[in-house]
Write a protein that binds this ligand. Structure first.
Ligand SMILES: N=c1c2ncn([C@@H]3O[C@H](COP(=O)(O)OP(=O)(O)OP(=O)(O)O)[C@@H](O)[C@H]3O)c2ncn1[C@@H]1O[C@H](COP(=O)(O)O)[C@@H](O)[C@H]1O
Length: 200
């Protein structure tokens, strides 16, 4: 029997259970099966194998190596160098912008030497912030509808990202929290996810 464990990292890498299967090792208690909460246990037939997918909150290490997760190999290790550099740059850019916005949030309380700042204006005015996010999203759509060039789309997306990051700062949500949600969705198609919502 083939087991597959999907954890909240959602990466599509070989799991401990795959290894156990290939090496004819038995499943042991205390491996992935120990979970605080089993969110979902799904079985499906994949060619001649039965695949069991567990979605849960692990209670301790889930990997037979003692690591928190089987997915301790960074995805970057499997990617060509150029792709790794691209990933790092994207992360650095977003985290750096998040850090500037957080700094502005701290500065909002300071009244001395107040420098003009668009971010501060947004942080202090939810209705301005929301109207800018809607406006920027609309402008992004128009780059498609009106067949604008790539640079226009990139520039409008930058506006959407920046304004959305300010909203996250107001809500005290970290960009990492958003990435985590995205990672959890790696293993599921959007169509599948939507139909599972209807059945609940
Ligand atoms: N990334 C941005 C960023 N993107 C857009 N904006 C501002 O958002 C405002 C609205 O942008 P728009 O281009 O939509 O302006 P608009 O008046 O609607 O013009 P149109 O689109 O209608 O032509 C402008 O004042 C822009 O300068 C930004 N303001 C700040 N940042 C980042 O935040 C940092 C801190 O900025 P301050 O808070 O101003 O110090 C900056 O160093 C940047 O890194």
């Amino acid at each position: 029997m083939h087991h597959n464990v999907s954890n909240n990292y959602g990466n599509d890498l070989q799991t401990c259970s795959d290894v156990r299967h290939q090496q004819n090792m038995p499943e042991t208690p205390g491996s992935f099966a120990d979970m605080k909460e089993l969110i979902e246990r799904k079985m499906r037939s994949v060619e001649e194998f039965i695949e069991i997918i567990y979605l849960g909150k692990p209670d301790g290490p889930t990997c037979h190596t003692g690591m928190e997760t089987c997915y301790y190999t960074s995805l970057n290790a499997l990617l060509p160098d150029s792709k790794v550099e691209q990933n790092k740059l994207a992360m650095t850019t977003l985290y750096s912008l998040e850090s500037t916005i957080t700094q502005r949030k701290l500065e909002v309380a300071e009244t001395e030497n107040e420098k003009p700042s668009w971010t501060k204006r947004l942080l202090l005015d939810n209705s301005l912030l929301c109207s800018k996010i809607r406006e920027e999203a609309d402008e992004l759509c128009r780059t498609l509808e009106e067949n604008e060039d790539k640079s226009g789309a990139a520039s409008e997306m930058a506006d959407v990202l920046y304004h959305a990051l300010v909203l996250l700062a107001v809500k005290d949500v970290k960009v990492e929290d958003v990435f985590q949600v995205l990672r959890q969705r790696f293993s599921k198609s959007g169509i599948e996810e939507k139909s599972s919502r209807k059945s609940t």
